[in-house]
Design a protein around this ligand. Structure first.
Ligand code: NI
Length: 172
């Protein structure tokens, strides 16, 4: 296993449509293991193969940040979705920035595992957001296309403490 370099915005690999995975071999296994190790080290919620320069339809998702579980999705597609949520999103390829993005509140995803077996998984709220975000990478798109502006963590801290102030004032 090896930590791979995460490409950042501006790298052309991030704007290309990825090819389906057709060989479920040891090389795919190595890529998935590397993606997992790279994601764990970066402390992220998801990582797509194009983010390490591999234009194949493979992503890793951490559906619940409270748990260690990582899901491998090969050739994934969203087969059902419901509702809407608006929330903050970030990306390891746009480090240090966040933006508000609307996503479905629930999605069902169909994908293959590393042996090529098809399965379905689903997620709500943060997990649904994560599935949508990662699958979009495979089309060469990123979340910042869906938001008017990006915020730095300092700007977000200021906004949050401002809201705290407002809430405190409401209580008083
Ligand atoms: Ni991302």
């Amino acid at each position: 296993m090896a930590i791979r370099t995460i490409l950042t915005q501006g790298d052309p690999a991030l704007n290309k449509k990825c090819h389906p995975v057709t060989k479920f071999d040891g090389k795919l296994g190595d890529l998935l293991d590397d993606l997992k190790e790279t994601l764990a080290q970066a402390n992220g919620m998801g990582l797509a193969a194009p983010q390490v320069g591999i234009l194949r339809r493979a992503v890793i998702v951490v559906p619940d940040p409270e748990k260690d579980e990582m899901i491998e999705l090969i050739n994934p597609e969203i087969v059902a979705e419901e509702g809407e949520q608006d929330g903050l999103e970030g990306c390891l390829s746009i480090p240090g920035m966040w933006g508000y993005v609307k996503r479905p509140n629930w999605v069902k995803v169909r994908a293959q595992d590393r042996r090529g077996n098809w399965f379905e998984t689903e997620g709500t709220e943060l997990a649904a957001r994560c599935f949508c975000h990662e699958l979009e990478h495979l089309e060469g798109h990123m979340y910042d296309e869906h938001t008017d502006r990006l915020y730095t963590s300092e700007e977000l801290d200021d906004m949050m403490s401002g809201e705290e102030e407002d809430r405190r004032r409401e209580r008083e």
